[in-house]
Design a protein around this ligand. Structure first.
Ligand SMILES: [Zn+2]
Length: 61
């Protein structure tokens, strides 16, 4: 198995990792109950998707 001849400098590794920053998830308001939810997901509060109720929320039971 090939191995690197020399170790990379700290700066080289850090330069590579400058592109790995985390970004905050995109939150949009639910069209049904206006709660902030991640985009393209079923609302966990009211169970709606695309302005239409498609599932029953879990916390009702
Ligand atoms: Zn909702």
């Amino acid at each position: 198995m090939p191995l690197p001849k020399r170790r990379h400098s700290q700066a080289r590794g850090r330069k590579r990792r400058t592109n790995q920053a985390l970004t905050a998830p995109t939150l949009v308001a639910c069209r049904h109950c206006h709660q902030k939810i991640p985009a393209h997901t079923i609302c966990t509060n009211c169970g709606s998707y695309g302005g239409r109720v498609v599932a029953t929320p879990k916390k009702e039971t």
